[in-house]
Design a protein around this ligand. Structure first.
Ligand code: SF4
Length: 88
């Protein structure tokens, strides 16, 4: 069921809610935001898996070998952020 009306009479679209959640770094939700202006691509815990295409993962989130743990390099950093060595 993608849409329903809640007790306040508002229409709720659960598919849209899922999409919106995927746009937010789940680590920021879990442990809070990191340094202002830093992104996951600047962090030592981000790593790439090279197959037919490249998948990025965060060491803190683990890896299910599926899209649920894919990580966006331009997500804002979380509080576990550590600057990658030799990256400026
Ligand atoms: S800042 Fe680092 S530890 Fe935090 S979510 Fe991004 S890659 Fe993972």
């Amino acid at each position: 069921m993608a849409k329903y009306t809640n007790l306040l009479g508002e229409e709720v679209d659960t598919d849209e809610m899922k999409k919106a959640r995927r746009k937010i770094n789940p680590m920021v939700r879990a442990v809070g935001p990191g340094p202002e202006g830093m992104k996951c691509k600047h962090c030592r815990f981000l790593y790439a898996k090279e197959y037919a295409r490249t998948y990025y993962k965060c060491e803190w989130r683990g890896d299910t070998n599926g899209p649920g743990t894919d990580h966006k390099i331009n997500w804002p950093a979380c509080s576990k952020f550590q600057k990658e060595e030799g990256n400026g």
